[in-house]
Every structure is written in structure tokens, then in C-alpha cells.
Ligand binder design. Structure first.
Ligand code: SF4
Length: 239
């Protein structure tokens, strides 16, 4: 409901020939000289959202820093929590840390990581613009596949990370992360190439970069999957 005073003022403006009012934007706010503090309300709100996400992620990291919920805890050098942009639209999920990741405490930093970075760059993105994590946070011995009890013990961490970041798209890298999040035993070669729904988020399964190191013929289908993601995120293809 418009107040009586506002209706009177609008009628006076109409008599003076002013039939339309400019749409309110920060630029018009500056033009009409409103106090700058009024912008700050908006800016402060978005800062607060970012701080809340950072706080939640830091809290989660703190909670798991000494995690001993599965047998991998005694074998690890470092927990590989995950890293990237907390406001990322795209979240890459691998299966588990390897040797380099275990030593450095960072995800995807070995040969497969270098290839993942190249894929991200080819998508007109940087590692700083996406988030990268794994289904389990500690390295399995000799890089074997994570076992079901380890996935069960660790799964809530990646689910919490997805919940904090709320990406538009999740890209699962390889069979383990794809079958875990999609609860299927289907082969990755059958799963890839289309989006699935994961708790209201679009999920694209594709081959793991480590697979591409030994099967370069799989690079083409991976690039097709990445192009579908780019289209969904309105990222233009490089010319
Ligand atoms: S793999 Fe996950 S559940 Fe197991 S010890 Fe590491 S952080 Fe904990």
C-alpha cells in the first residue's frame, strides 16, 4: 500500500509533467545524492554471506583436522581437505589424494592435477575460480581405490562442502566419485556425456585426468563433457 503522502507527491509530480520515475540503481542513487551508507547495507550483506561460507568451511576443516574415523588416518601425511573458490559455480570431485597430494596437503597437484589445471584453463577458467575436492580426504595405500568403509566414514565431509559452496554444477572425475554420488554401479564410459540431478545440482560425470594420462583417446569425450558444462555456465568457447 502506498502512503497518502507518497500518493500526494506523485500527483504533484504528474501535474508538473513527470510521468515516469527513473529505475532505482546505485548509479541513480549517486545521481540523486542519497547517503552512501545506504549502499553499504547491500554490500555488507553480500560480504556477510561470503564470511559465513568461509566460517563454515574453516569450522569444517577444524573439525576434521585430527580425523581418525577410518583406517587411512594412520597412513596419511596430510589430510587433503580441498581448495578453491567458496563461491564457485563449478565443483570438481575426484576420488582420493595420491602421493603428491598427501605430501603437500593439496588436491590434484601431481601429473593428473597438472592435466586437470589444463582442462580448467581450456574452459576459460582458472583453478582459483572453481572448487576442487575428493570423496575421501586421506591417501589410500599405493593409490588403491577407496574401500566402501572408508567412503562411508568420509562421505559427510564432501557432502558438507557441496552444501556450503552450493555450486551450479558438480563434475565428478572418474568412476569412484561418480558412482558414489550417483549411487550407481554403471561404468563411467556409460555415465559420462549427460547431466544428472544431485540434490538439485546438475552433475556431469567424466573420466578422471589420471585415466587420460594413459588413454589420450579419452580426451575428446572429456572435452565434449566440459563444453556441455561451459554451455550451462554461459562460458564462451575460446576462438
Ligand atoms: S579418509 Fe576421511 S574418514 Fe578416513 S581418516 Fe581421513 S578424513 Fe577421516
Amino acid at each position: 500500500m502506498l502512503s497518502d503522502d507518497l500518493i500526494k507527491n506523485l500527483q504533484l509530480l504528474k501535474k508538473d509533467g513527470i510521468l515516469f520515475l527513473p529505475k532505482y540503481t546505485p548509479a541513480t542513487q549517486e545521481k540523486i545524492g542519497l547517503a552512501k551508507t545506504e549502499y553499504h547495507t547491500t554490500v555488507k550483506t553480500s560480504e556477510n554471506i561470503a564470511i559465513t561460507k568461509a566460517d563454515k568451511m574453516a569450522q569444517l576443516q577444524e573439525q576434521i583436522k585430527n580425523c581418525q574415523n577410518c583406517k587411512l588416518s594412520s597412513l596419511r601425511t596430510n589430510i587433503v581437505f580441498g581448495e578453491g573458490n567458496l563461491n564457485a559455480e563449478l565443483f570438481f570431485v575426484g576420488e582420493a589424494p595420491g602421493e603428491n597430494e598427501d605430501l603437500q596437503g593439496k588436491p590434484f597437484v601431481g601429473k593428473a592435477g597438472i592435466l586437470l589445471t589444463k582442462i580448467i584453463n581450456a574452459m576459460n577458467l582458472s583453478r582459483e575460480e572453481v572448487y576442487i575436492g575428493n570423496i575421501i580426504k586421506c591417501r589410500p595405500p599405493k593409490n588403491r581405490d577407496p574401500e566402501n568403509d572408508e567412503i562411508d566414514a568420509c562421505i559427510n565431509i564432501i557432502l558438507a562442502q557441496i552444501d556450503i559452496i552450493k555450486p551450479k554444477i558438480i563434475c565428478t572425475l572418474g568412476r569412484v566419485s561418480s558412482k558414489t554420488l550417483l549411487a550407481t554401479d554403471e561404468k563411467i564410459s556409460k555415465l559420462r556425456g549427460k547431466f544428472y540431478d544431485f540434490r538439485g545440482i546438475k552433475l556431469m560425470p567424466t573420466f578422471h585426468p589420471a585415466h587420460l594420462l594413459h588413454h589420450p583417446e579419452s580426451k575428446k569425450p572429456v572435452w565434449e563433457d566440459m563444453q556441455m558444462i561451459m554451455k550451462e555456465l554461459s562460458i564462451p568457447l575460446k576462438k
